[in-house]
Design a protein around this ligand. Structure first.
Ligand SMILES: Nc1ncnc2c1ncn2[C@@H]1O[C@H](COP(=O)(O)OP(=O)(O)OP(=O)(O)O)[C@@H](O)[C@H]1O
Ligand SMILES: [Mg+2]
Length: 285
């Protein structure tokens, strides 16, 4: 047991010793009210200093407060990476990302955490009850608030149908939610957090039509009144966006509304023609 524990602690200390790359500035800016305008000001980004090609190369896009931006493009074009730069999972290597005109690197962590909510391709559920998994997004949430969020996220009826309802244990040794259900739990969490800026990285996994519809309803409830940046894989999402950006190898290849881009008859039109699935392999079959 000693041997095993030593090995375990060695691993833990390795992680604790990792340098922290994202730090809070010395005099952080605190915003009490956040409108939610997001600007990518001519940004560059590379994961490694040695990269010959930038992962994000000169992207310049503004999303007004309450506006809806959809990002589409081939797999590996940098869509998820672009979204990581808003909550500062990584920092830009050139240009700047601003929220309400303030460089995200100047914001205090609390403001940034309140400002940006992310619903990613992966959702992590803890080995705890459904209620605890949701409350983790807002520790002081009442049972009524949790239920209201679950209802808006179209997952309440499913939870209520489980033998232990909201007390059902989730995770590895507990109840297993499907991909579409997990997505709706993630949406419920974000509804509880209530951030003005929302980043949605749509799952690429195909959902059946009914689940897809439920997820779409949940997303509509969540995005109402918020600045929304969606990495879209489904045509239904992009159609409603105020602006669509087509990324290719980290650069903006095309931009505009759905109708404008269709009329342009370029890359976007080709993506739409192929399928409703907007992520295509880099090498076409
Ligand atoms: N943590 C990382 N370290 C190094 N390179 C990375 C990392 N994450 C992604 N990349 C690389 O950056 C590029 C962009 O990846 P990204 O995940 O942003 O693409 P994407 O457009 O979201 O693709 P998909 O549609 O498949 O989700 C890819 O070449 C990828 O291999
Ligand atoms: Mg991605």
């Amino acid at each position: 047991q000693m041997q095993a524990s030593l090995a375990l602690f060695q691993r833990i200390f390795e992680y604790l010793d990792l340098p922290v790359e994202i730090t809070e500035p010395e005099k952080p800016v605190r915003l009490d009210t956040i409108r939610g305008e997001v600007r990518f000001e001519d940004i560059d980004f590379a994961y490694e200093a040695t990269q010959t090609e930038l992962t994000i190369d000169g992207v310049d896009v503004t999303v007004p407060a309450g506006g809806r931006l959809a990002v589409v493009g081939p797999t590996g074009s940098g869509k998820s990476t672009l979204s990581y730069l808003v909550p500062r999972l990584y920092d830009v290597t050139g240009g700047r990302v601003t929220i309400d005109g303030v460089d995200v690197r100047d914001l205090d962590f609390d403001t940034l955490a309140r400002a940006v909510g992310v619903v990613s391709q992966e959702t992590y559920l803890f080995h705890a009850s459904v209620a605890e998994n949701l409350r983790f997004a807002k520790p002081d949430a009442t049972d009524a608030e949790i239920e209201a969020a679950a209802r808006a996220a179209q997952i309440h009826d499913h939870i209520a149908s489980l033998p232990d309802g909201y007390d059902t244990l989730v995770g590895e040794r507990g109840y297993r939610f499907s991909g579409g259900e997990k997505q709706r739990l993630a949406i419920a969490r974000t509804i509880l957090r209530d951030p003005p800026v929302l980043i949605l990285d749509e799952a690429t996994s195909a959902l059946d039509t009914r689940t897809e519809y439920a997820v779409q309803e949940a997303i509509d409830a969540l995005s109402a009144g918020r600045t929304t940046i969606t990495i879209a894989h489904r045509l239904s999402t992009v159609r409603d966006a105020d602006e669509i950006v087509v990324l290719e190898a980290g650069r903006v290849a095309e931009r505009g509304s759905h109708d404008k881009l269709l009329a342009l008859d370029g890359r976007y039109a080709a993506l739409v023609r192929r399928d409703a699935q907007l992520t295509v392999p880099v090498i076409a079959p």
